[in-house]
Design a protein around this ligand. Structure first.
Ligand SMILES: Nc1ncnc2c1ncn2[C@@H]1O[C@H](COP(=O)(O)OP(=O)(O)OP(=O)(O)O)[C@@H](O)[C@H]1O
Length: 507
């Protein structure tokens, strides 16, 4: 089938070397995992292989033939299929329209041959075991289904080498298993798969070989069967990492936030939420579990004030806040780290220091007359960039130039520096490497120990079980179960996530 050889690839961005003489190969039928810290250069490397970026030097070969570099069409023609972290589908079109876009089969008269397109799509879906209805609108599909469309699209264009960039970041555990099953089948068919992930257990489960990149260089390669999670973490980060950090309870019984019968009506794109009643205490971490789309986002946004309540009460330190604007709530001591850091959390075209003061630029200590005291703002941003080890540390760079993990660190740095009474934080470690996860967990533990009440929303049960004092589970906008730390039980939490009613529900 196809073998990929990457030879001596180097790529600079200004003075930064994102890829430094990288070489590796993937055989036909092999699953190669690429591991590396945030900013190590994995995405850059894959963009080079798939033609989205041109390297400064080096070559890429498919079956011993040189690939024309910096040309996505040439990469596709050579059989390279790239599945990006952010899907590139058109929501208002059907699955089939997306699949054939730009490669429409034509009749003799030059018109779209719809029958042939449908037949080809069904045959492909069958061949690769990717079950999907070609006439569904993409906007009505789950994330897992959209990913299947992306993979099918690559196959429709003749992919023999599949590159998956953090493909499980948005999937439920069940969808992840389904994807793994598919990957194994692809490998058995002789396809080559490159799998980029920060999740060591996934890498250990799915790959044959692991390539480790640090600061743009290949630092190690190993057969998966010869390694384990601790060793992989050490290779990646260059030191031992605590992969299972837990905390001992430090919370108090002082209520900080009280939600009483909070209720949100459904909209065409959202579930109804509630009635939800709970109290968040000083120094406590309250975990919110649930499969994506079961009201977590609505809950976070109604606390922060982005969404208006249809009913219910919300008290912050005893004061009703449900009528306050977002800005007033932030000023009153609520911090917010949204799940989508690129859409909601940061302004990617603004500089690092500008993003750092985004919540407070109009007030002390940043306001100066009608403008901003740039000196103070930059000083504070510099200090936070150092304290949170954000790389590269040049605060004049636009946020866009930071890797995902470093963007997340910047968001945390901003919110934590504001010393909030409450921090609402959603998917805090999505896309982060193990070293960065360890760091974020340390920060959350320290923040709670200093008295902040944290509402931790996460799809990762392990993360919730390690950090939370209590966990509530959301299912279709309602609390389907809750448990105290001493009674956490993975299986039970999973059942509640799937909507199974608990025997005893204490609210
Ligand atoms: N367009 C760009 N302009 C300037 N610098 C960039 C650009 N794209 C990437 N970089 C820098 O190149 C380095 C490698 O980034 P890359 O996105 O390849 O890392 P990564 O290993 O994929 O990280 P992550 O795991 O966080 O996704 C980083 O330091 C990043 O800031």
């Amino acid at each position: 089938m196809a073998q990929l050889d990457v030879n001596d690839v180097t790529k600079h961005f200004g003075s930064l070397i994102a890829n430094d003489h990288i070489s590796f190969s993937v055989d036909s039928g092999e699953v190669l995992a690429i591991l590396g810290e945030n900013g190590a250069g994995k995405s850059t490397l894959m963009k080079i292989v798939s033609g989205f970026l041109r390297p400064d030097t080096g070559s890429v070969m498919v079956n011993d033939r040189s690939l024309r570099l910096g040309d996505p069409q040439a990469a596709i023609a050579a059989g390279i299929g790239m599945i990006h972290q952010h899907f590139m589908l058109i929501n208002k079109m059907t699955v089939m329209e997306n699949l054939i876009l730009g490669h429409e089969p034509k009749t003799f008269w030059g018109q779209l041959d719809k029958g042939r397109a449908e037949r080809e799509v069904r045959e492909l879906a069958d061949k690769f075991g990717l079950d999907i209805n070609p006439s569904s609108l993409v906007e009505n599909l789950t994330v897992g289904e959209q990913q299947r469309v992306e993979i099918l699209k690559a196959f429709y264009r003749g992919a023999k080498i599949l590159i998956l960039d953090e493909p499980t970041a948005l999937l439920t555990p069940q969808e992840t298993l389904g994807l793994f099953q598919s990957i194994l089948e692809f490998a058995q068919m002789g396809l080559s798969v490159v799998f980029i992930s920060h999740k060591l257990d996934e890498v250990l489960t799915i790959s044959d070989r692991v390539l480790v990149i640090r600061r743009g260089r290949v630092v190690d390669q190993t057969f998966t069967k010869d390694t384990d999670a601790q060793r992989l973490a050490r290779m990646m980060v260059g030191r031992d990492v605590n992969l299972t950090m837990t905390r001992t309870y430090q919370g108090t019984s002082d209520p900080v936030l009280r939600l009483e019968n909070l209720w949100l009506r459904a909209t065409p794109s959202t579930h109804s939420l509630g009635p939800i009643t709970f109290t968040l205490h000083k120094g406590e971490i309250l975990g919110v579990a649930g499969i994506e789309g079961n009201g977590q986002q609505e809950l976070a946004e109604s606390i922060v004030g982005i969404r208006e309540l249809d009913d219910g009460e919300m008290l912050l330190n005893g004061m009703p806040i449900e009528k306050l604007s977002v800005r007033k709530r932030l000023e009153a001591g609520i911090g917010y780290v949204p799940a989508d850091r690129q859409e909601e959390g940061l302004v990617l075209d603004l500089k690092i220091w500008e993003n750092f003061i985004l919540r407070d630029y109009y007030r002390h200590p940043y306001r100066r007359g009608m403008g901003i005291d740039q000196h103070v703002a930059k000083q504070h941003a510099e200090a936070a960039v150092k304290a949170f080890d954000i790389r590269p540390g040049n605060i004049e760079l636009p946020c866009r130039a930071l890797s995902g993990g470093n963007q997340q660190k910047l968001l945390l740095a901003r919110e934590i520096s504001r010393k909030p009474h409450i921090l609402v934080i959603s998917q805090p470690t999505r896309g982060l490497d193990v070293g960065a996860i360890e760091y974020v967990h340390q920060q959350l533990i320290a923040l709670a120990a200093a008295g902040t009440a944290i509402l931790l929303i996460s799809l990762e049960l392990d993360e919730l079980m390690r950090l939370s004092d209590r966990i509530v589970v959301l299912f279709r906008g309602q609390i389907s179960g809750q448990a105290e730390r001493h009674a956490f039980n993975r299986q039970q939490l999973g059942l509640w996530m799937a909507g199974q009613q608990p025997k005893e529900l204490v609210l």
